[in-house]
Design a protein around this ligand. Structure first.
Ligand code: GDP
Length: 439
């Protein structure tokens, strides 16, 4: 998703970077190109108009034109405005002190509602909640079975009730949750092919009966800016709080995601990019905007890495990391974790410029295999104490694995860079923890 928009915008910025100073004409022509790029990405016309007007006004301020790095300033302004368009701040789930909290999902048939219910249950379970799924879609014959299967996969109980009256099922579901100590109830509701009266009335009746803390509308990113029409029509009858945008892994152009907040006022709270239960993520507008502009999403990556590490890291390794240092065994381990996180291509796509580098074939996959070969040719002592690797040892290693000393030096250079990065990251984390503790 967003690939073609992302390419277009990055090309526009490369054009600007080529110029030392920017004139008003340069800005005007860049804004025209941005406008075209957004329209082609299927962003709502009014949203595009407002976006380019605001961006242009900020870019034409003297500070930008007269600065020594005008192109960088333009990128920064576009980043700000894109973030604003996507919702500015992270939108959290509404909660209350009532137990259980109730979350109701609404949306058209096929939008991904039933799977989203299970994914959300899985995500909340991971945060320590004990959710209950309620099968409120009584019209699509397989919906309750589908939910039951998904619930089985993720270890979350599914309540089916009498299987006939959705309002009663929702009420009974909440009662069941109270009796069985579940702290969150997620109610799946019936969808239709189009927004129609009966669906709205039913959603309104369930809302009235169980008074959910949060109503989330599930929309399919593949339907482009049409999601805006569906969401607006829905909001007229059943006021909802936020959106789960599904199928972000498809080749949708991104218009829906970029138009939704501005037109309907409803924030995207979660995005889903896959069919598996773990493919739902909280939505962060700033990270998404950075990704669109090819600046990568390193924060999500580090979060994911630390999640894996928290689960699997060895005690001894954890100690070394606490000392903010790594050796070559850790370096190999990091490489293995990368594979677990979906391989180098997923990792690269979260890095600044990574998608582009891959598309252009600038990533030397063989170099990654070389790295493993070189490290495996070292003795255990050398891996643990990289500082002993002098010129003669490097020569021996090169000969041992049939590569050149330059190859070994290259690996050591990469290792030293990673080591430096880990030190910086750990220091930042310590500072952040220190700040939190002193608050
Ligand atoms: P519902 O009718 O709204 O309940 O839709 P479902 O939850 O049954 O989803 C419809 C189809 O979309 C199913 O085949 C899902 O596996 C698929 N689906 C849902 N979310 C995603 C997603 O984020 N990515 C992909 N690729 N498929 C999805």
């Amino acid at each position: 998703m967003f690939e073609s928009l992302s390419d277009r915008l990055q090309n526009i910025f490369s054009g600007l970077r080529g110029k030392g100073r920017l004139t008003e004409d340069d800005i005007n022509s860049a804004m025209r190109e941005i406008r075209m790029a957004l329209l082609e990405a299927d962003v709502n016309f009014k949203v595009v108009k407002q976006f380019t007007a605001d961006t242009k006004q900020r870019c034409l301020e003297a500070e930008v034109l007269e600065s020594l790095t005008p192109a960088q300033n333009v990128v920064k302004i576009v980043l700000d405005e894109l973030t604003k368009l996507l919702g500015e701040n992270d939108a959290k789930l509404n909660t209350s002190s009532r137990i259980p909290n109730v979350i109701m999902l609404v949306g058209l048939q096929g939008s991904g509602k039933t799977t989203a219910a299970a994914k959300l249950a899985y995500l909340l379970k991971g945060k320590g909640h004990v959710p209950l799924l309620v099968a409120g879609d009584v019209y699509r014959p397989a919906a309750a079975d589908q939910l039951e299967t998904l619930g089985g996969e993720i270890g979350v109980k599914v309540f089916r009730g009498d299987g006939k009256d959705p309002v009663q099922i929702a009420k009974d579901g909440v009662r069941y949750a109270i009796d069985n100590l579940r702290d969150v109830v997620i109610v799946d509701t019936a969808g239709r092919l189009h927004v129609d009266e009966q669906m709205m009335d039913e959603a309104a009746a369930i809302k009235e009966a169980v008074k959910p803390e949060e109503i989330l509308m599930v929309v399919d990113a593949m339907t482009g800016q049409d999601v805006v029409n569906v969401a607006s029509a829905f909001a007229e009858k059943v006021e909802f709080d936020g959106v789960i945008m599904s199928k972000m892994d498809g080749d949708a152009r991104g218009g829906g995601a970029l138009s939704l907040k501005q037109v309907t006022g409803k924030p995207i709270k979660f995005i889903s990019a896959g069919e598996k239960p773990d493919s739902l993520e909280e939505f962060h507008p700033d990270r998404m905007a950075k990704r669109i502009l090819g600046m990568g999403d390193v924060v999500s990556l580090i979060e994911q890495a630390s999640k894996i590490q928290a689960e699997e890291i060895e005690e001894e390794q954890a100690e070394r990391l606490a000392r903010a240092d790594i050796n070559l065994n850790d370096f190999l381990e990091i490489r293995r974790q990368v594979n677990k996180m979906g391989g180098i291509s997923k990792l690269l796509s979260a890095m600044p410029g990574g998608d582009k580098a891959m598309a252009e074939g600038n990533v030397d996959m063989k170099a990654l295999d070389r790295m493993e070969t070189v490290i495996y040719s070292m003795t255990a002592h050398e891996r643990e104490h990289p500082e002993v690797l002098n010129a003669s040892r490097r020569q021996r290693i090169a000969a041992g694995c049939g590569l050149t000393v330059q190859d070994v030096n290259q690996v050591m250079k990469q290792f030293n860079e990673t080591r430096k990065m880990v030190k910086q990251m750990m220091r930042k984390q310590e500072q952040a923890m220190g700040n939190r503790a002193s608050r």
